[in-house]
Structures are given as structure tokens and as C-alpha cells.
Design a protein around this ligand. Structure first.
Ligand code: GLY
Length: 392
């Protein structure tokens, strides 16, 4: 590298750092919530009146792609509406949240087609019940928890994630950790007490089998249906079986933090710290928003995944609340806030489309939803803003 080029790079770095600092100083959670309200208001105007909800906006488009209640992401839009109701107290959002949650009611009374029932029902009716105590919502949550539990295989000790898939055997994906919250909640709110044991067993089995020695996560583990033995680890949505898919690690950090909250068993807390540690240590981006896979071959020319940053920023706020070590607590909070500020300053969609964020990546190996807006990035971004606000 010649001297002039070195000076250019250093100047660029200093200018970027100064502008980053200036932006950070102006960060105000209230402004970001006002922004989310404005974007969601625009989205509401374009949703067809046919029971569907917005899932993603392709890169370069302004148009949402809409999905019906069966889609795995169908709970995120109603969840965002509940969070907006929580943020504003405005009944308009409660009415919309109620309407879009109710589209999901059939899930509580149909046979389970996969593990995503937690994402779908707990983000919609779960938030709805937390804020309104509506008994109908509670009923849907309890019934859905029983439905999800039908996928539990006691020989393996986990819930079957994808009953209809090409891999064979009993498969469990790391995302499935997120859906345990539905079971914990149901077991403590009038549902079957066995749901608690199923959730704990799933978490223990996952802790034992789903991770490499360095605490990075596989996406998917295939188990033998009969013996319960682990057959192999696969990373279907990541770059390779041995790579660290950003959102998979994000689900793991969030999931084990939540399992500690629900069980208070310190082994889950220790584990969540290990998962967060490897994520933060391997994170090389200045803005703390990861590439879609930490081992993707063309870094720095790989798409980012704003959804992973949103999930981790929210999880770190909760993990910090369980952390007695002052330095670690401060690191989690500082980094979480930096992620939220980055997302706010550099990743918001603004006039490009009416989602909250750009630059999320859904399924790169399948060529689907790359570098675009996705409802779960928006959901966890809004959740992180609200969690940060509650700290203050
Ligand atoms: N649960 C699927 C995903 O994270 O893309």
C-alpha cells in the first residue's frame, strides 16, 4: 500500500468515525419510534384487505410481498403493531394489532405443520395478551402451545422443526429455540405443566448437540428418529455446514437468554454468555451489523444481515440485565446501543420503502430475500428500541 493511499484510508476512517460519533450523539429513541410509527402508517395503507400481512420488500422495489397466516413470518407484522400500541398508547394501533393477530387464529386449531408456531402466535397474541389481558388471545396461545408440543420427540429430546423436509430423520433447527417461549408461557399461565419440561429438554438437547467446540451454531441437526442419536449438523441457510450463519447465532443468543429468564438455571446463562462472546469476538464490521454469514467468502463484498443485528441488540439488553460482572454488562449495553444506533442512522428505509430497515438477508443460498427489507428485522429493531427505552 503506498503512502498516499494509506493517508486516504486513514482520513476516510477518521471522517467516518467523526460522523458516526456525531450521529450517535443525536440519537434519540423517541425520534426512532416516531419514525417507526410513520413507516407503519404508510404500510397500513397498502395492505390488501384479504387476510394477508407484509413480509418483505425486495431490494430495489417499493412494493411489499404479502403472505397469509400460514407463512412462518406471519406473526411479526401483528407483533410490530402491538409494540407500536405499547410505544404510543394510541388505540388505533391496538385495533390494527387485534385485526392482524386474529388472522392467525386458525393456527391454534390445525395440526402443526412446523415449529414456527411460537414466532407466529407468541409475537402476535402473546404481545396482545401481555398488553390487554384479552382472554380470547390467551385461549389461542394455550391451544397453540399444545399443538407445538405434538412435534416433540421424547427419544431425541427436541421438537421436530420441519416435518416436511428433504433431510429425513428428526430435524431440529436453531431457530426453534425461539419458539420455546410459547411453551414456557403456557406452562405458567394455565396450560399443561409438561410444556415446561418439553421446553427445558429441548434446550438441554440443543445445548449438547447443536454447537461446535467454539460455540458457533449449526443451523440444523439431524437426529435418528428411533435412537435419538445425532447424525449430522448442516447449515442450510448459511454459507457452508461449518460456517457461522449470522441469524442462526443470533437466534441462539436470544433463545438461551430467554431460557435462562424462564428457568433461572445458571447453566443456560453461562451458555448464552459463550454464544454472545463468540459472536462479538468474530464481529469485524465497524457498525456492528454483521455480514449474512461470518465466513462468507467475499467479505467485505457480501450482503449484511440487519435482522441478525436487530435480534442480537435486543438479546444483549436482556442478557446484560442478568450479568453481575460490571465490565461485561457495560460491554453488552455499549455494543447493543451501538448496533441500534447503526441500524437507526444507516439502515433505515425512510423514503426507499415503508419498512423500518433495509439490508436484511433471508436465505442467500436459495437466492431468496437478499439485501432487502424483512418484517422480522423490523420487529426485533422495534423491540430493541423499546427495551432500550425501558432501561432509561
Ligand atoms: N427461521 C428462518 C430464518 O431465520 O430465516
Amino acid at each position: 500500500m503506498n503512502t498516499r493511499f494509506k493517508i486516504m484510508i486513514s482520513t476516510l476512517f477518521i471522517v467516518t468515525s467523526i460522523s458516526y460519533a456525531q450521529k450517535s450523539n443525536s440519537f434519540d429513541i423517541k425520534n426512532e419510534l416516531v419514525y417507526c410509527v410513520a413507516q407503519a402508517s404508510k404500510t397500513l395503507k397498502v395492505i390488501p384487505d384479504d387476510g394477508t400481512s407484509p413480509r418483505s420488500v425486495p431490494n430495489g422495489s417499493k412494493e411489499w410481498k404479502f403472505v397469509n397466516y400460514k407463512d412462518w413470518t406471519s406473526g411479526f407484522w401483528p407483533g410490530e403493531l402491538w409494540y407500536l400500541y405499547e410505544a404510543t398508547g394510541d388505540k388505533k394501533w391496538e385495533k390494527e394489532a387485534d385485526k392482524f393477530s386474529r388472522f392467525l387464529t386458525p393456527l391454534s386449531v390445525t395440526k402443526a405443520s412446523d415449529h414456527d408456531l411460537g414466532f407466529q402466535i407468541f409475537n402476535s397474541f402473546g404481545n396482545g395478551y401481555r398488553l390487554t389481558k384479552n382472554k380470547e388471545y390467551k385461549n389461542s396461545i394455550l391451544k397453540t402451545a399444545d399443538t407445538l408440543a405434538t412435534l416433540f420427540n421424547p427419544k431425541v429430546g427436541t421438537i421436530l422443526s420441519w416435518p416436511n423436509n428433504k433431510y429425513g430423520g428428526h430435524n431440529t433447527i436453531i431457530d426453534n429455540m425461539m419458539n420455546l417461549e410459547l411453551l414456557f408461557w403456557a406452562s405458567k399461565n394455565g396450560g399443561n405443566k409438561k410444556l415446561y419440561n418439553i421446553a427445558v429438554k429441548h434446550a438441554e438437547t440443543t445445548m449438547q448437540n447443536h454447537f461446535r467446540p467454539d460455540f458457533t451454531s449449526y443451523h440444523l441437526i439431524i437426529y435418528d428418529n428411533e435412537t435419538g442419536k445425532k447424525i449430522k449438523g448442516i447449515t442450510a441457510q448459511g454459507y457452508s455446514d461449518d460456517s457461522m450463519w449470522a441469524r442462526g447465532q443470533a437466534w441462539a443468543i436470544y433463545g438461551f437468554t430467554m431460557v435462562y429468564r424462564e428457568t433461572k438455571n445458571p447453566k443456560f446463562l453461562d451458555f448464552a454468555h459463550q454464544l454472545a462472546r463468540v459472536y462479538l469476538n468474530k464481529l469485524t464490521t465497524e457498525d456492528l451489523v454483521p455480514y449474512w454469514d461470518f465466513n462468507a467468502p467475499d467479505i467485505p463484498n457480501e450482503p449484511r444481515d440487519a435482522s441478525a443485528a436487530a435480534i442480537v441488540s435486543s438479546a444483549l439488553i436482556e442478557l446484560s440485565s442478568f450479568t453481575k460482572d460490571k465490565n461485561l454488562k457495560s460491554e453488552y449495553l455499549t455494543k447493543s446501543k451501538k448496533m441500534i444506533v447503526s441500524l437507526s442512522d444507516y439502515y433505515q428505509s425512510r423514503d426507499i420503502n415503508s419498512a423500518f430497515l433495509l439490508h436484511a438477508t433471508g436465505h442467500k443460498p436459495a437466492g431468496s430475500e437478499i439485501d432487502c427489507s424483512i418484517n422480522y428485522a423490523d420487529y426485533y429493531y422495534l423491540e430493541a428500541l423499546l427495551r432500550l427505552q425501558k432501561l432509561k
